[in-house]
Design a binder for this molecule. Sequence first.
Ligand code: PEP
Ligand code: MN
Length: 332
Amino acid sequence: MVIHLNKNVNETKALELAEQVKSIHFFNGANHVLVTSSKLKELPASLQEYTEAFFPTSSDIQLASREYLKERRTVKIGGQHIGGNTNNTIVITGPCSVESEEQIDISAKLCVELGVKVLRAGAFKPRTSPYTFQGLGLEGLKLLAKMREKYGLQIITEVRDSTHVDDIIEYADIVQIGAKSMYDHGILKKCGKTQKTVLLKRGFGTTLQEFAQAAEFILSGGNPNVILCERGIRTFETKTRFTLDLCGVAWLKEYTNLPIILDPSHAIGYAYGVADLARACVAMGIDGLLIETHPNPKVALSDADQQLDFNQFRALYASLQAVAKSVGRTII
Ligand code: PEP
Ligand code: MN
């Protein structure tokens, strides 16, 4: 159950009440909020005089649920907003990894050319093999920060583990939690303590319930700026890298209040299908797209098969406008 305490309840009292009902506590800017187990269905009598509103929930998807917030949340990204009733679909692009200043600079220029507001690229890469490029680390973060200064872009980059979560929070405008890091509670809890926007990717073996509950760790820390990202799950199919779970996206739209961004690049794993998938995603009325692009995909140090070259991306980007318009959305 989510409980909004009366606005005149101070922090000391809120903490005392939280202890009484064994709940998590945070301040949402207006009210102290308590979140108990979802097994609690009736407001305890001892809390009645201190409570402004309460919301029983059917599972431990609580703060992310439509049972708590009927309206979808609005989250700031790229200097604009997605979710809520904005009807905005943000497009984010950039290479899988920062490889050099020249490579990230030319990628940033592509964003500027098309009016894309958010540049993506990983500096700490969670690779499947220890023998492949692991990312430039802090040097990569500094290059991304340089691109922000030079071109006025916002930067999204992923946190691989809790050893550098503070650096990512410091350098990035949007923190990406990758599919392989989605269960790292050190990362989730730290991200709950910042107000930066967090893009939480779904693990490829993660159920929708587990996915939304991972988001609860961030939300219940007091950070409301969470975006979910579907990036493909593992199925019996091996011809494509993963399977983009559009049914899951429909479920998330219906039952959660969080904006949803789709990543067709990692889902299919091959450049040939990315444009078709991206258009299908936008036709679903989603809040954003994450597309990997590289100035020369053939020599990319990670995810070479799936990155679009710049001309492929230009063509895709142009074609998205009409698809978005047909479902009442605007590409931002
Ligand atoms: C990425 O965005 O480059 C990435 C590693 O994604 P994922 O966590 O979805 O595999
Ligand atoms: Mn990648």
